[in-house]
Structure formats: C-alpha cells, structure tokens
Design a protein around this ligand. Structure first.
Ligand SMILES: Nc1ncnc2c1ncn2[C@@H]1O[C@H](COP(=O)(O)OP(=O)(O)OP(=O)(O)O)[C@@H](O)[C@H]1O
Length: 239
C-alpha cells in the first residue's frame, strides 16, 4: 500500500529575482514497509521534500498524498489532525521536551490527540520497550539519557499509535557511528513492521539501510537506485 505519494511536485521558495526552484517535477511513491533514503548536496531540496511530505509546507504545484489523501484538499484543522495521526518526525537533535520524562515525551502525540493520559502512558511504555528502553529509563528526563537513548525515544514518539509515515532528517547526525547504526537498525525494524520511511542522509553507509536511494540535485531527482550495499554486510563491516 502506498503511504506517501508526490505527483509532479514543484516548490518555489521566494518570488521574482529571489525565486528558488527548491523542488522540480518530483514524483515519488513510498509504500508501507519501504524505507527510502534521500541524498544530495546541501541546498538540493532534501528538507523541502521532507517538509512537503509531512504537510509542514505546501507545493507550489502538484499533489502530495498521505495514505491516499491529497493534503491540499484538507483544511488547517484536518491537516493538523492527519499530521498528528499519520506522520512522525525524527530530527538530528531529537527535539525532546526537556521538562517531560522519556515516557511522557513518547506519549505526547497521543495526548495531543485526545487519548486519555493513563492509556497514552501505557502505550508509551510499550513503544519504549519496542525500541529497547525499560520502564526505569522511561522515567528519566532527556538530560539523563545518552544521545542514542534520546533518539530511541524520538523514534518511539514518531511511530506511536497508528502512525504510518516516519520522516527522519539526519537522525544519526549527532551520534557516534556504532550508536547511529543501532538507531538506523531500529528505524528499519519499525518500517519492516508496516510504516513507510523517508531518511535524509549524507552518509552512503546509512543509505545502505534503505530499500531505495533517491538522489537530488538542484531540486531534481537525478537517479533513483537500489542502495549501495546490503545493510547486513555493512553491519558486519562495522564490527
Ligand atoms: N524558506 C525559504 N526561502 C527561500 N529559499 C529557501 C527556503 N527554504 C529553502 N530554500 C532554498 O531552497 C533550496 C533547497 O533547500 P533545502 O533546505 O530543501 O535543501 P537541503 O538539500 O535540505 O539542504 P541541506 O543539506 O543544507 O539541509 C536551497 O537553495 C535553499 O536556499
């Protein structure tokens, strides 16, 4: 099932002489169970693509569909609800709320969506267990967690509930390479469990965890191919 689709998407930032064609005639489909890596030089349109996919930005022309819904057909409130229920983000700097525990951070999207606090907390404990964090770690605050643990919390938060699309922007950027590989392995596992994933990365080894790599240059898709190496062989190489 296609979870994310871009159809003939263009995004122009700015106007007149300052106009930048950040994304040009882009078509992309990402299915459930599929992880697609986005690579390209700085300024090639990777963040623009991710923001459009998550409904944080709107195309100048063309359509973005999430789970079959054209995002432009939704009003503000409907779009906010779809984003809350269907889309999870993982950022380089984790973006956890410092005054909330790990479990409270993971539960936050559910609570914002009106799920009762007790039930949201119970689901958060399960989501944390899935990423290898126990209840004791769930009670810790972000400044008591390592970088790798923080990114695990962010992944748990991104995929808690029914959310089927995970958008990861350089999620390993702040981690050492072994911890980074662990985080990608986890992302891969969650995608294998039925989510669709987009992973922006500068690192070809990390792109090895993806099913496909989409290369961007000046806002255009220049090549779309299988990853450079099989993830398992990369892991062996790292040991
Ligand atoms: N809000 C904006 N206003 C004007 N131009 C923008 C805006 N956002 C992005 N751009 C421009 O659009 C182009 C694509 O930017 P984008 O951030 O998507 O690239 P990127 O591949 O994510 O870069 P990086 O790897 O440095 O994060 C760049 O030329 C950038 O300067």
């Amino acid at each position: 099932m296609t979870v994310l689709e871009l159809r003939g998407v263009n995004r122009v930032h700015g106007t007149g002489d300052n106009a930048v064609n950040a994304l040009v005639d882009t078509d992309l489909k990402v299915a459930a169970g599929e992880l697609v890596a986005i690579m390209g030089p700085s300024g090639s349109g990777k963040s623009t693509l991710l923001n459009l996919a998550g409904g944080l930005d709107a195309p100048t022309s063309g359509d973005v569909l999430v789970e079959g819904t054209v995002l432009a057909s939704l009003n503000k409130k409907q779009l906010a609800r779809l984003r809350r229920r269907s889309v999870g983000y993982v950022f380089q700097d984790y973006n956890l709320i410092p005054s909330l525990t790990a479990a409270e951070n993971a539960a936050l999207p559910l609570e914002l969506d009106g799920v009762a606090a007790g039930r949201a907390r119970a689901m958060a404990v399960d989501a944390l267990a899935e990423v290898g964090l126990d209840a004791h770690q769930g009670d810790r605050f972000p400044d008591e967690l390592s970088g790798g643990q923080s990114q695990r919390v962010a992944i748990a938060r991104a995929l808690i509930g029914e959310r089927r699309l995970v958008l990861a922007d350089e999620p390993t950027g702040a981690l050492d390479s072994a911890t980074g590989e662990e985080v990608l392995k986890l992302l891969r596992r969650r995608v294998d469990a039925g989510a669709a994933g987009l992973l922006v990365t500068h690192d070809a080894r990390h792109a090895g965890w993806a099913d496909r790599v989409v290369f961007l240059r000046d806002g255009r898709v220049v090549d779309s191919s299988a990853p450079l190496a099989d993830a398992d062989s990369l892991l062996e190489g790292a040991q």
